[in-house]
Design a protein around this ligand. Structure first.
Ligand code: C2E
Ligand code: CA
Ligand code: CA
Length: 390
């Protein structure tokens, strides 16, 4: 079996306690391995804060792992409890695959416990293997799928408090050959690992412009469409050039193409992104903050980003059992948004009681299964014409 370890927050330890203390920790780990590893095993430091061991399966059990990767050092400044090693394990079931692949699998297994404060050992298993194969398969296919128009926009309508349809969000579906329609949680995260996400998003943005164009001089001409932007997209292109290029090409009013960004954009390079968002706003685009409140930096987002619309996902509150508490939270978010002159869209709205309450406390717009599900363009056109004429 192969086990690989990784110290939680080692970068932070380096910055907080200094390089020397951090080095002490690494030396301690090495000494510990030397002392406790059985003779017929291989072990070593693989770089940075990463150590690896290879042992026979009969030696490897929970207490062995605990002992090998537990530190009992004496540090002046750092408490032992701050030094936790995450461990990924791959049990070699096929000796023919390259050792580098075995190592990768052990490293991948660390990912299972990276953000977990209770478990520190992750095991590479059948489920991970399946996910890995799935990720490889669809990554190879994506380009051809784009060419074959397998990615298609579904539209979910949005309504004002009088029940009039005002616009829609464009949500991607993958009509994968031989498999039917796949929902985005099967593939978006995987594509976010590389530049595929940008190629697919750009494709969706262009499709969206084509839909808006096709509505010109029909009675859907007032409807706007919102597109999703992945936080990663900022790294693959100048989004200002991208979106202004698109509305120029299709001669569209930029306010018709609304841009949904997520809280992840504030994690890195915030100044650069604020400047891009400001330029987009100045060019007439409407910027929406998606899933507001579901992340961990919501107030920073409000403080730092130039925004027009907050989208509040009702589902993020659905786990809260306490109805009273739920109401206080939603009330406060709405009044906060109002004070900041932001428009509010409540999404994930599923029943009448919710709608009535949200209207009472000042929510402006609604999106959710209660009103309409995401549907294909043909179905949407039919639905929209009925809604607008009623
Ligand atoms: P999102 O942007 O928060 O989209 C809303 C999701 O909530 C959609 O799921 C929608 O079908 C679902 N939803 C809407 N109303 C309700 C409701 O009343 N109840 C419940 N239970 N669900 C509701 P969907 O279409 O599966 O999309 C999932 C996520 O995938 C999206 O979340 C978005 O983050 C991502 N996504 C979708 N299309 C794209 C795209 O073109 N590009 C990128 N980068 N991400 C996309
Ligand atoms: Ca969205
Ligand atoms: Ca959302």
């Amino acid at each position: 079996m192969i086990a690989v370890s990784d110290i939680r927050g080692f970068k932070f330890i380096n910055e907080m306690y200094g390089k020397e203390s951090a080095d002490d920790i690494l030396i301690n780990i090495a000494d510990h391995l030397r002392e406790f590893m059985p003779d017929d095993c291989i072990y070593g430091r693989l770089g940075g804060d990463r150590f690896g061991i290879m042992v026979k399966k009969d030696k490897m059990n929970n207490s062995f792992i605990d002992n090998i990767f537990m530190l009992h050092g004496n540090y002046d400044t750092i408490s032992d409890s701050h030094i936790i090693q995450h461990v990924g394990i791959y049990s070699v079931d096929n000796r023919k695959i390259p050792v580098s692949v075995m190592y990768d699998r052990a490293v991948l297994a660390i990912g299972r416990v990276k953000d977990d404060y209770e478990n520190r050992v992750g095991v590479y298993d059948e489920e991970m293997r399946k996910n890995q194969i799935w990720a490889q398969e669809i990554t190879i296919e994506a380009d051809i799928a784009i060419k074959n128009n397998e990615f298609i926009p579904f539209l979910q309508a949005q309504f004002d408090s009088n029940g009039h349809m005002t616009g829609a969000e464009v949500l991607i579906r993958w009509n994968r050959r031989g498999e039917g329609i796949l929902s985005p949680d099967r593939f978006i995260q995987i594509f976010e690992r590389n530049s595929l996400i940008f190629r697919i998003d750009r494709y969706m943005w262009e499709k969206t412009c084509q839909i808006l164009k096709s509505w010109e001089s029909t009675n859907l001409s007032d409807i706007y469409l919102s597109v999703n932007i992945s936080g990663k997209d900022f790294y693959f292109a100048d989004l200002y050039e991208e979106f202004t290029g698109l509305v120029d090409k299709y001669k569209l009013n930029p306010a018709k193409l609304r841009l949904e960004i997520t809280e992840t954009v504030v994690l890195e390079d915030i100044d650069e992104k604020i400047s891009i968002i400001n330029r987009l706003r100045n060019a007439g685009f409407i910027i929406e903050m998606d899933d507001f409140g579901s992340g961990y930096s919501s107030l920073n987002v409000l403080k730092d980003l130039p925004l027009d619309v907050l989208k509040i996902d009702m589902l993020f509150l659905s786990k809260t059992k306490d109805i009273h508490k739920k109401k206080i939270i939603i009330n406060s978010i709405i009044s906060l948004a109002k004070n900041l002159n932001l428009t509010i869209i409540c999404e994930g709205v599923e029943d009448k009681d919710q709608v009535q309450y949200l209207k009472k406390i000042g929510c402006d717009f609604f999106q959710g299964y209660y009103f309409a599900k995401p549907i294909s363009l043909d179905n949407f056109n039919e639905f929209a014409i009925k809604n607008l004429s009623s």
